[in-house]
Design a binder for this molecule. Structure first.
Ligand SMILES: Nc1ncnc2c1ncn2[C@@H]1O[C@H](COP(=O)(O)OP(=O)(O)OP(=O)(O)O)[C@@H](O)[C@H]1O
Length: 285
């Protein structure tokens, strides 16, 4: 059954848990999501990870109410209480930083001293005060993403949905962005973001790994790592190349449950767990 719980007003409580439950989404003959569940609790950061076309954007867009679900349910606040940052978007090349605040503020009916207070907060939090009269087209990629984040949170959303916020952002700006995301969660927002960087996902409270529209792994990162299927070893030249992958200067090898693993055991992290789960799924397909 398809159902959506979007009732609510601007006065609804600040702390609420949201999520997508057993959600399937289809675009004509493409099944983009199949029976995927993503709880997004208040006060926490939830990561959605996966390769190109895995379904990350579709899931976040379903959560934000811009993509209809075929099956399952979405629990989300009223649209006015959602902050959404689309992949690589959320800013306009021909507007200055200040004009963005005016434009997005007007869309949320923010004005007067309230808008000015929020403008000051955005300029301080994003470090864009010096750049406030610059066009977005003249900002660096990292500055633009911080501006997009500041705009997505201008109205203090209770649900914050960020689609690949750190893609194309330099490592220093990534740290800044991550700090802003963590601050939004500690202020009580339910935050969901997608990323292709597993080290970022490792810092989230919960991670959902998607593979071709289906859940590959989900849970707190430590549990996901502990639950990695089979065995991971340091690879040697004798290992099956289809079951090995490079990690920095090393190569890792995977062995299914029940196999006798060969090679030195290594500490497993989220990236190894994701590869192990993908290989385990292939082995049973
Ligand atoms: N509007 C659409 N119409 C048709 N197919 C779509 C549409 N949006 C997404 N898809 C398809 O749904 C699948 C999931 O796409 P989605 O964009 O959610 O993946 P993603 O994990 O966000 O990947 P990427 O990081 O490459 O954007 C893909 O096969 C994609 O081609």
């Amino acid at each position: 059954m398809t159902s959506e719980a979007r009732a609510g007003t601007k006065d609804e409580p600040r702390r609420r848990d949201f999520g997508a439950y057993g959600v399937s989404v289809r675009f004509d003959d493409v099944r983009a999501l199949e029976d995927v569940t993503l709880p997004v609790p208040a006060g926490a950061v939830t990561a959605v990870v996966g390769g190109d076309g895995a379904g990350k954007s579709t899931l976040l867009r379903a959560l934000a109410g811009v993509v209809p679900v075929e099956h399952g349910s979405v629990v989300a606040p009223d649209r006015r209480r959602i902050g959404f940052m689309p992949t690589g978007g959320g800013t306009w090349a021909e507007l200055t930083v200040d004009e963005h605040v005016d434009f997005v503020g007007a869309a949320h009916r923010l004005r007067g001293s309230d808008l000015e207070r929020r403008r000051e907060r955005l300029l301080d939090a994003t470090g864009l005060r010096e750049a406030r009269r610059r066009l977005a087209s003249q900002l660096s990629g990292g500055m633009r993403q911080k501006l997009a984040f500041g705009l997505a949170t201008l109205h203090d959303p209770v649900l914050l949905v960020l689609d690949e916020p750190s893609t194309g952002v330099d490592p220093v700006s990534r740290v800044d962005l991550w700090r802003l995301v963590a601050q939004a969660a500690s202020a009580g927002a339910a935050v969901a973001f997608s990323t292709t960087y597993l080290d970022e996902a490792e810092r989230a409270g919960t991670v959902l790994v998607l593979d071709q529209g289906r859940t590959l792994l989900s849970g707190p990162p430590d549990d996901v790592v502990r639950g990695a299927p089979g065995h991971v070893r340091r690879a040697t030249a004798t290992h099956d190349p289809a079951r090995t992958w490079r990690r920095g200067r090393e190569v890792r090898a995977w062995f299914p449950v029940g196999a006798e693993p060969v090679g030195q055991a290594v500490p497993v992290d989220l990236e190894d767990a994701v590869v192990a789960a993908a290989l385990a799924r292939e082995a049973t397909a």
